[in-house]
Design a protein. Structure first.
Length: 63
């Protein structure tokens, strides 16, 4: 997946199991409940904003 050059809002969880290209854009985590960033592949973000009072956690599957 190639992200937009602008901002991408994420209201749910971020699960990265493949390829992600940030394309110079930003990702804003703005869910109403606690969110997670995880998956089997590492994610390189260009810019991240967390706008979620419930928080965002980094998780990694055990293997």
């Amino acid at each position: 997946m190639t992200g937009p050059a602008g901002n991408m809002n994420v209201a749910g969880n971020w699960t990265h199991n493949g390829n992600y290209i940030h394309n110079g854009g930003s990702v804003t985590f703005n869910g109403a409940a606690a969110q997670t960033i995880g998956g089997s592949a590492d994610t390189t973000f260009n810019n991240v904003t967390i706008n979620n009072v419930a928080g965002v956690s980094l998780v990694r599957p055990r293997g």
